[in-house]
Design a protein around this ligand. Structure first.
Ligand code: PFF
Length: 446
């Protein structure tokens, strides 16, 4: 292992950092709504199928590339397939990471602002319209969202500059357990609200009319985004894994924890929303307009709101850190500069583009590309196009191009488990490319 790149020190640290990447806004504001819309348990079952047959093998595929090469997104492909064009997947990953980061930092800034607002006691006591106005005025402003955006970039920059073991691993080992405790306390509280049953019914009762291909494709798309796949993020993280880590087990653990967090987030949100006569929404509307109004009506609303925004901020921050690491690792290793310098360069560029993205809710809101503002454009391009393309190519690379000996060595399966090996190869070659290809085509057609 290349010692000078650094590596994670413990298996627990690996799990916490990787779960930190996976658990993010995708779990808290995207998953619950998709379950509600996708026919409750119908969506959950499709999601389980997607995680099991597509998410876990795709994650293992990225782990194999990363841990074998111990290099950043681009160099890992160069090392494994020298003299070919496959490292283009790495460039695509860095580009996707860059684009996601430019809007993810804006939203992470919003979560930090709401955390401050709730902690200072300034969030409660408004009307439904008041909350909507509060959010629109804040996000549409010029100064405040950019200040919070810079704060998030600075926090991330400091953590990433300390490196893998002393920066990302150490902080994940504190932030993720804190996130889990907050999540469980909030979920238990939600089970004692007036409309708990209604919320749980909305979430879990199967709606047979949703049993269709569209729901399956949404579940695959959601699994892909939620597990941080398709943009070399997990290639980068696994390049710091130690050799004693079992890749299949780690992927299964991450996926299960990610699913539990998404389900608990749903259990927190729907009973609360229904108990106070609100309508569920997804995205920013849900967490910045609907929920403040819900907290405002709850007893001990101050406590619950602070806890919820701590949860949201930690979830967003740890994902933002992981995407930043993809870009930082690439810049520092490719241009042979120190990690600190790479962090300064990366964070400076994010600050400029992030600020422009933030302004797309205010002064730049009339600037649109294909009917979307800059923020929407980055979101659409990265989530609907670049992530699936990256995922398909990575899987084809592992399935068709990668030396089988490398796969065998990395999976470390006993000879009696040959069928599991064959199952993986079948997934890399056919299942993942076809399934994710269908998601890509569907999103291009709508
Ligand atoms: N998995 C994160 C979420 O659910 O919000 C988003 C994400 C992080 C996507 C890192 C891609 C990535 F590389």
């Amino acid at each position: 292992m290349a010692k000078d790149r650094g590596h994670f020190a413990t298996k627990f640290g690996i799990l916490m950092a990787t779960v930190g990447s996976a658990v993010g806004l995708g779990n808290i504001w995207r998953f619950p709504y998709q379950v509600g819309e996708g026919g409750g348990s119908v969506f959950i079952i499709f999601y389980l199928i997607a995680v099991f047959f597509i998410g876990i093998p795709a994650m293992v595929g990225e782990f194999i590339i990363g841990r074998h090469s111990h290099a950043n997104a681009v160099d890992s492909f160069k090392k494994i397939a020298p003299g070919t064009k496959w490292h283009g997947i790495g460039y695509l990953g860095v580009l996707t990471g860059f684009i996601i980061d430019c809007y993810y930092c804006v939203v992470t800034g919003w979560t930090l602002y709401y955390l401050f607002l709730s902690a200072s006691g300034g969030l409660l006591g408004n009307t439904v319209e008041g909350y909507s106005e509060l959010f629109t005025n804040f996000a549409g402003g010029t100064f405040m969202p950019i200040v919070f955006l810079f704060m998030v970039i600075a926090i991330t920059g400091i953590i990433v500059s300390f490196g893998i073991k002393d920066g990302i691993e150490k902080t994940s080992k504190i932030m993720m357990p804190l996130l889990f405790v907050t999540l469980v306390v909030l979920a238990v509280h939600s089970l004692f609200l007036p409309a708990t049953q209604e919320g749980l019914d909305f979430l879990f009762l199967p709606e047979i009319s949703s049993l269709n291909f569209d729901t399956l494709l949404s579940a695959i798309g959601q699994a892909f985004y939620s597990l941080s796949l398709g943009m070399a993020c997990l290639i980068t993280y696994s390049s710091y894994f130690t050799d004693d880590v079992n890749l299949s087990k780690t992927a299964a653990r991450i996926s299960i924890i990610d699913l539990m967090v998404a389900l608990l987030a749903s259990v927190i949100i729907f009973p609360a929303v229904f108990s106070f006569g609100m309508e569920p929404e997804q995205g920013p509307g849900l967490v910045f307009k609907v929920l403040p109004s819900v907290f405002s009506q709850m007893s001990f609303g101050y406590l619950w709101s602070v806890m919820f925004y701590v949860l949201l901020f930690l979830a967003a921050l740890t994902s933002f850190i992981s995407i930043t690491e993809v870009v930082v690792a690439y810049i520092s290793e490719s241009f042979k500069i120190t990690r600190k310098k790479a962090v300064i360069i990366t964070c400076s560029i994010f600050s400029v583009i992030g600020a422009i993205t933030s302004l797309s809710f205010g002064p730049l809101k009339d600037f649109t590309i294909a009917g979307m503002n800059i923020f929407g454009c980055f979101d659409y391009l990265s989530t609907n196009i670049l992530l699936p393309v990256g995922g398909i190519l990575t899987s084809l690379f592992v399935g068709w191009r990668l030396d089988r000996k490398i796969i065998e060595e990395q999976l470390a399966l006993s000879p009696s488990k040959k069928f599991i090996f064959n199952l993986y190869i079948f997934s890399f070659r056919y299942v993942i490319p076809i399934a994710v290809g269908a998601v890509l085509i569907a999103s291009l057609l709508t």
